[in-house]
Design a protein around this ligand. Structure first.
Ligand SMILES: Cc1cc2nc3c(=O)[nH]c(=O)nc-3n(C[C@H](O)[C@H](O)[C@H](O)COP(=O)(O)OP(=O)(O)OC[C@H]3O[C@@H](n4cnc5c(N)ncnc54)[C@H](O)[C@@H]3O)c2cc1C
Length: 310
């Protein structure tokens, strides 16, 4: 397979590195990391398979975005061809700033990233998931934001001859002042790596009934997830648990869709499920066209019977 010469990776935490390295190695001959932290973090990047680690020492209360000036200067000096960042709110800001400084753009929300050795092509969904757009980056720096569950290859071996290069921090022209730190209210759930997922939709009539699906998820060893209205309208489950074009993208072995109609905006998030099993009381619900197994039934009678069998 043709590859570009080199790729840099950046993640908000060291946990993001292994899958970034394994995906980047499919696209580039060498993979290097930019790390804001200390030598322990840098060593983790070498362990994850990076050849070089550009280490920017953490500067007290400096927020991540304020390391942009330093990274910009590094990009101008080293000229990486491809720079992949693991998507978070912060890295979106960082990628935007780096792109503006380098007079290039960012390919975001990538569902597939590929190269023929010359051009880098990022694929992502548009129009609420009803179309795919290809964005091509011909030469110069290509910045790409890749989310959870996109790179799923095996972990790369550690590079024994890897090196850590310490980079001096450059003060940004205007610095944000940190006033307070608050923990994020939300749930730490990574649906992208779940092998079994039970998804609920508006077929569930009231908050207490979510327990029915939760019991099923527990019996199956599955994660619980939902459609957007359940998380954003009803607030019965955390926002991190809704699936679809504006939520999480999944690749489970089994997706159980309970009381879900099967609108495109939801289903693009489970397109890559190996097996979809759905329960819906409406035999004409679109979900049945996309399911491997479908049960036309009232979930309130079907779920207790299913639990009995389980
Ligand atoms: C720009 C945009 C982005 C969006 N992004 C997302 C997204 O990322 N994720 C997402 O999920 N949605 C998204 N939506 C919303 C999406 O279009 C649908 O409205 C939503 O997915 C529908 O959720 P639902 O299936 O739970 O509800 P409904 O469409 O109301 O379906 C409920 C289903 O439950 C069935 N049912 C009712 N009672 C029972 C019962 N007792 N037993 C069994 N079945 C029953 C009904 O037959 C029906 O099929 C987006 C919309 C827009 C416009």
């Amino acid at each position: 397979m043709n590859k570009v010469s080199n790729c840099w990776i950046f993640g908000e935490s060291a946990a993001a590195l292994p899958d970034l390295v394994s995906g980047a190695l499919e696209l580039a001959e060498s993979v290097d990391a930019v790390i804001v932290g200390d030598k322990t973090e840098a060593a983790k990047a070498l362990q994850a398979g990076c050849g070089k680690v550009y280490l920017i020492a953490e500067q007290g209360d400096t927020i991540l975005e304020d390391y942009c000036a330093t990274i910009q200067a590094l990009i101008a000096r080293e000229k990486p061809r491809l720079f992949i960042l693991k998507t978070t709110k912060r890295t979106r800001l960082i990628a935007g700033r780096l792109a503006a400084a380098a007079r290039t753009s960012v390919i975001t929300d990538i569902t597939n990233l590929s190269t023929d050795g010359k051009t880098i092509t990022g694929e992502h969904m548009v129009y609420g998931g009803s179309a795919h757009r290809l964005e091509k980056c011909g030469d110069g720096l290509c910045l790409a934001l890749v989310g959870e569950g996109i790179f799923t290859g095996p972990p790369a071996p550690a590079v024994s001859a890897g090196e850590i290069i310490e980079i001096a921090f450059i003060e940004p022209p205007r610095k944000a002042k940190l006033l307070e730190r608050k923990p994020i209210a939300g749930e730490a759930v990574n649906l992208a790596v779940a092998k079994k997922v039970v998804g609920i939709g508006r077929g569930i009539q009231k908050k207490e009934d979510v327990a029915l699906a939760q019991a099923l998820a527990q019996a199956l060893g599955a994660e619980i997830a939902c459609t957007r209205p359940i998380a954003e309208g009803e607030n019965w489950l955390a926002r991190e648990r809704y699936i679809g074009v504006s939520g999480a993208m999944l690749k489970p072995d089994y997706y159980f869709a309970i009381g879900i109609s099967g609108q495109i905006q939801h289903m693009v998030g489970v397109n890559n499920a190996k097996t979809i099993i759905s329960i819906n009381s409406d035999k004409n619900a679109p979900i049945f066209k996309l399911s491997d197994y479908g049960l036309v039934a009232d979930l309130y009678s079907a779920l207790p019977k299913l639990m009995e069998k389980l």
